[in-house]
Ligand binder design. Structure first.
Ligand code: ANZ
Length: 573
């Protein structure tokens, strides 16, 4: 059998491929893109599979007369470089560039129809300069904010950990018990687009249904209402959010978050402090909170039931109530919510059934019943279906001024601050007078220093002797640079736009180029990016469109193909 010489094929394609068509913006276009790789060391089978699929699509379209854009680049910032550099006493840059060299050579050997002339790398200052520019544009449009939030804090590493770096409540590297700590962090205000990101999914017939469903669930639209409970012997009210107001007659307790305002009243009580410490060991992910054993602290606060005279409900502080969702407070209905059921069993609270499948009472509920049925034990709601009961009770709640209808989204603003070295510096400075301002665009890029000590604990940029010291260009005041870097998901949220004008020195991309090539006609990549990367990219397009009226599109990827993961056991063991 004749051996195929891939390098010859690759050279041939390189010659006839997209370089000539890139600047020829007439005629039919086809933008074929595969998720760009992280330069981890060597190409693996997952890459080969992904890039072969893209290669086939790109050639096919090219042979059918399309102008084809088929670029490749490197998602080259990230923690592995920092860790490898630390263990081998190298610079993250050298480690990364070395890997890029190896992997590029390997990819070229495959003879893929990639236009290497368009190559970009996110750790290159010619790339991240423009990212800093986009950050400033977003900041000026009110799409960036600074907020205090709870983070996973590794007390040994003196650093914030991502959720996936917390394993059984311990830091993945230090094995220290991770704490919940409040820190000021930068956010992209992705929640400003919650509804739009949700509705936009309907305009994507070329996406797999399962990916759209995952995004939909992640955005998590919840329709419900607030209910204000009167607190006994107090003028104050306690507001809860519920999606099941129909179960109000089954309420047997109220639970509030450890961080709720009312919880502060107990801050001097030793038992509460002990309880709080227990809770802080739980990690901050919703999953960790949901799976943790239900813990409660009984307060002396009692509220009145809004529809039953003389009935009161005890108020607990509970570990499963999140502060950053709804009002940080719930009414517990054990018969119809499993968390409440577990809690009620543990603290011996009444379990009152109010929805029944057959319309009859079930004597011994073994678990919460969350299905459809008819209302029972519920005064004026008796006999109604769940849907009817919801409508009736919300009307009543609004009429009696007990609360209002409300729509919530589970989606949270995107926390983009990382206490890491190998990432894009956040172009913000803190002035002596306390003001926080973006750096002047003329000063970009804010480059990473070459001489950094990665071996001591804490944030390397913070520890650098001089890097953070600067002056404000406008006022001449001394200033300190932000020492956090951007989450690397930011780097991959707009690279597809950079490929449309990869050599543009003045702007992240030329909007005319982008309007010709975008949206990506075929995007190909791993299913593991179904939620975050794709959602962040959809947010970026919307944010960019908000900053630039000339941008025509708000969906980045017209057709999406998600390949599975290559995980034959040979590669596992
Ligand atoms: C009473 C109730 C009865 C509830 C019932 C459910 C079932 P989704 O769909 O996710 O929006 N909840 C509200 N705020 C919460 C918070 N900060 N932390 C933890 N749980 C919270 O869920 C809404 C439901 O989650 C709400 O409806 C509330 O419990 C709980 F049979 O209210 B429900």
């Amino acid at each position: 059998m004749e051996r195929i010489n891939f390098q010859t094929i690759e050279k041939k394609w390189q010659k006839i491929f997209a370089t000539e068509t890139l600047y020829n913006k007439t005629g039919k276009k086809f933008y074929c893109l595969e998720m760009f790789p992280y330069p981890s060391g060597r190409i693996h089978m997952g890459h080969v599979r992904n890039y072969t699929i893209g290669d086939v699509v790109a050639r096919y379209k090219f042979l059918n007369g399309f102008n084809v854009l088929h670029p490749m680049g490197w998602d080259s910032f990230g923690l592995p470089a920092e860790n490898a550099a630390r263990s081998n006493n190298l610079s993250p840059k050298d480690w990364t560039l070395d890997n890029v060299k190896t992997m590029k050579r390997q990819l070229k050997m495959l003879g893929l129809s990639i236009d290497w002339d368009l190559e970009i790398s996110t750790c290159d200052e010619n790339y991240y300069k423009h990212q800093q520019e986009l950050f400033i544009d977003f900041y000026n449009m009110g799409l960036v904010s600074r907020k205090e939030t709870y983070v996973n804090w590794d007390p040994v590493e003196q650093s914030v950990l991502a959720n996936e770096q917390v394993i059984n409540g311990k830091g993945w590297r230090s094995n220290a018990t991770v704490e919940r700590k409040k820190l000021s962090q930068w956010f992209f205000n992705i929640t400003k687009f919650s509804n739009d990101l949700l509705n936009g999914l309907d305009s994507l017939p070329g996406w797999p249904e399962k990916v759209k469903l995952m995004q939909k669930n992640w955005i998590g639209k919840s329709i419900g209402c607030d209910i204000n409970f009167e607190i006994e012997n107090s003028k104050n009210k306690l507001k809860v959010f519920t999606t099941r107001p129909d179960t109000i007659f089954g309420a047997s307790f109220i639970a509030i978050s450890v961080d709720h305002d009312l919880s502060k009243n107990f801050k001097d009580i030793p038992d509460f402090l002990k309880f709080k410490e227990e809770c802080s060991k739980m990690g901050t992910t919703e999953e960790a909170i949901a799976n943790a054993e239900k813990l409660g602290f009984k307060t002396d606060i009692v509220v009145k039931h809004p529809f039953l005279k003389n009935k009161t409900l005890p108020v607990y502080i509970a570990n499963f109530v999140l502060m950053d969702y709804g009002n940080g407070a719930i009414f517990g209905c054990p018969a119809h919510d499993q968390r409440d059921f577990d809690f009620a069993k543990k603290y011996k609270l009444p379990i009152i059934e109010v929805v029944s499948k057959e319309g009859k009472k079930n004597k011994n509920l073994k678990e919460a019943y969350t299905g459809e049925g008819k209302l029972i034990n519920s005064d004026f709601l008796n006999g109604l279906s769940v849907d009817q009961a919801k409508k009736t009770i919300v009307k009543k709640i609004e009429e009696n001024k007990l609360g209002l209808k409300k729509t919530l989204y589970r989606l949270k603003d995107w926390g983009i601050s990382r206490q890491r070295f190998w990432g894009c510096p956040i172009p913000i400075i803190y002035l002596k007078d306390g003001s926080i301002v973006p750096v002047d665009k003329s000063e970009l890029p804010i480059k990473l220093p070459d001489d950094v000590d990665l071996n001591s604990s804490g944030n390397p940029l913070e520890n650098h002797p001089s890097w953070k010291k600067t002056t404000c260009k406008k006022t001449g005041q001394p200033a300190i640079r932000e020492t956090d870097t951007l989450d690397t998901f930011v780097d991959s949220s707009w690279y597809f736009l950079r490929f449309c004008s990869p050599k543009n020195k003045n702007k992240p991309f030329d909007v005319n180029d982008a309007n010709y090539w975008m949206p990506v006609d075929q995007y190909i990549g791993g299913i593991e990016h179904a939620i975050l990367h794709l959602l962040y990219s959809r947010f970026f397009m919307r944010a960019i469109k908000k900053c630039d009226d000339d941008m025509s599109y708000d969906e980045p990827f017209k057709n999406l193909f998600t390949q599975g993961m290559v995980c034959h056991e040979t590669y596992k063991d």
